[in-house]
Structure formats: structure tokens, C-alpha cells
Design a protein around this ligand. Structure first.
Ligand SMILES: NC(=O)c1ccc[n+]([C@@H]2O[C@H](COP(=O)([O-])OP(=O)(O)OC[C@H]3O[C@@H](n4cnc5c(N)ncnc54)[C@H](OP(=O)(O)O)[C@@H]3O)[C@@H](O)[C@H]2O)c1
Length: 266
């Protein structure tokens, strides 16, 4: 029987690439995001190209009932999941105190709470079948505090830590958990976060297809964690041995928008 992969945030960026990789491997798909039109276009494309079944479920995973509503919909449609890609996420940029509180809560709900809810809901059936793959999208942002993107960096620290711990607990069950840690990547992320002009993105960004391919291979190999690209691997090691004050300052300088755009003093 064909495997089924659920991909959150499949309407853009890395999520679309994960959907393509799973379909190429003949997995049926459950494509999730808010923009139904984009999901339907992608579903039609992948069904035609690969002969798989692609279900579309439009859901707002940044709202409190989003993840539980999605799980109910899976039950109603009788779909069981073999591969869970918790990819949907966004960032916000600016001084924490000046950012919209509701948007910060939505960020935590999407990046953390929905990811944990979906994992908790779908794991038991994977463990019962003694087979399953979980791929969570963390970030190199999760290895240090990120002034001017404080909530985003902290949310990714959660995803990195949670997934590594989960992968340990799952040893011997036939189910694996992998966290993918990309650095700056060319998707809609930067424009949503308002960081297009930050030094981090001006320094160059990886292609979404390359990052997704590597993350997908790491997931299939059952690796607990993958940091993408030599520059990012070196950066992660360097921040581990650097004084914390330097680490904070460097992250702030990478995230701070240039003075010509939205000025953030200090
Ligand atoms: N790009 C980078 O530089 C980078 C670096 C490290 C980690 N990441 C992580 O990679 C993951 C994928 O991001 P991306 O770079 O591919 O960004 P993207 O192009 O902006 O895609 C984000 C996806 O998340 C979905 N999403 C956003 N809010 C949602 C909500 N409330 N409910 C359901 N889905 C929602 C979006 O779909 P809708 O708008 O249609 O809902 C979209 O499909 C994120 O977790 C991000 O934090 C990105």
C-alpha cells in the first residue's frame, strides 16, 4: 500500500518542495496550509505527474483549534499518516516590545504548539505500525538567541531541542524524528518576516529545492538532525565556542534591518 505524507505549509517554499519529493517517491499526500487555491494547483500537478492521490486540507495552524481540526478531518476521511512533515512556520522581525502581541502568539501557536499537537496525535498510529517518519523544520536560528527576532529564534530552539529529544525516545520503535536546520533559504519566508533586507539574507540564501532534498534524505535515513550547508555547519560550531555576548551581538547585527529601511535604534 502506498505511504501517505502530510506536509504542513505545502503552499509555498520548502513545503512545496517536500510535497514534490514525496510524490516523486509515489507517496500519497495530504497538503495543508491556508491558501487552498495554491494547494489545489499543486495537488493537480503532482497527481498528474506521479499518479499519486493528493488530498487538500485548508487549515489555519496558527489558530488554537487548527491542529485538532486537521486531525479530526484526517479521521473523517479515513487517512492514516506514515510521514509527517511539520514545516509550516513564520518569523517576525523587530523589537519584541513593539511587535503585535497577537501575531507573536500566532507564531508560537504555529511554530510550536501545532507542531507538538500534530506529532502527539499522529505518533501512536505510527508506533503501532512500527513504521513512520517525522520531519520537523527547525533552523540554525535555534542555536542562539536572536535579538530583533526573539520569538522566532526561541521557537526554533524549541523545535530543535524537542525533535532531538523525541528522536532519542523513539529508538527501537521503527519511527524516527529528524529536525532540519536550514540557514537563510530562498522562499517567501523573508518577505513574510520583513527580513528581505537584513544582513543575513543579503549575505546569500540557499535554494529551497536543495535544502528540501537534503532534509528529506536525512529523514529517510532516520538522522536526528541535519544542519544544511558548510557555512551553516561552521556557524553552529563557532557559536558553541564563542562568548555568549559575542553570539548575541552577531545575531542582532544579522537581523537588524539596515538604517535605510525600518530603523531600529541600538
Ligand atoms: N526560508 C528560510 O530562510 C528558513 C530558514 C530556516 C528555517 N525555515 C523554516 O522553514 C519552514 C518553511 O518556511 P519557508 O521558508 O518555506 O517559508 P514560506 O515560503 O513563507 O512558507 C511558509 C508556509 O507555511 C504556511 N503557513 C504560514 N502560516 C500558516 C498558518 N497559520 N497555518 C497553516 N500554514 C501556514 C504558508 O502557507 P499559507 O500562507 O498558505 O498558510 C506556507 O506554505 C518554516 O518553519 C520556517 O521557519 C525557513
Amino acid at each position: 500500500m502506498a505511504r501517505t505524507a502530510l506536509i504542513t505549509g505545502a503552499s509555498a517554499g520548502l513545503g512545496t518542495e517536500f510535497a514534490r519529493l514525496c510524490a516523486h517517491d509515489k507517496c500519497d499526500l495530504v497538503l495543508v496550509a491556508r491558501r487552498r487555491d495554491r494547494l489545489e494547483t499543486l495537488a493537480a500537478e503532482l497527481e498528474t505527474a506521479h499518479g499519486v492521490k493528493a488530498h487538500v486540507i485548508a487549515a489555519d495552524l496558527g489558530s488554537a483549534g487548527g491542529a485538532s481540526g486537521l486531525v479530526s478531518e484526517l479521521r473523517t476521511r479515513g487517512i492514516s499518516i506514515d510521514i509527517l512533515v511539520n514545516n509550516a512556520g513564520f518569523g517576525t522581525c523587530g523589537r519584541f516590545v513593539e511587535l503585535d502581541a497577537a501575531r507573536e502568539m500566532e507564531e508560537l501557536q504555529l511554530n510550536i504548539v501545532s507542531l507538538v499537537s500534530l506529532t502527539h496525535a499522529l505518533l501512536p498510529q505510527m508506533i503501532a505500525r512500527k513504521q513512520g517518519w517525522i520531519l520537523n523544520i527547525g533552523s540554525t536560528a535555534g542555536f542562539q538567541p536572536g535579538p530583533y527576532m526573539a520569538v522566532y529564534y526561541a521557537s526554533k530552539a524549541f523545535v530543535n531541542s524537542f525533535t532531538e529529544a523525541l528522536s532519542f525516545e523513539l529508538r527501537g520503535t521503527g519511527v524516527t524524528a529528524t529536525v532540519s536546520c536550514p540557514g537563510a533559504t530562498k522562499t517567501e519566508f523573508a518577505s513574510v518576516a520583513g527580513t528581505d533586507s537584513s544582513r543575513l539574507f543579503r549575505m546569500g540564501a540557499s535554494s529551497a529545492a536543495d535544502v528540501a532534498r537534503e532534509a528529506y534524505a536525512a529523514m529517510l535515513a532516520g538522522k536526528p538532525m541535519i544542519v544544511h550547508g558548510l557555512k551553516n555547519k561552521l556557524g553552529v560550531q563557532l557559536q558553541r565556542i564563542s562568548p555568549r555576548a559575542v553570539v548575541r551581538m552577531l545575531a542582532a547585527s544579522l537581523n537588524r534591518p539596515p538604517p535605510s529601511s525600518k530603523a531600529l535604534p541600538g
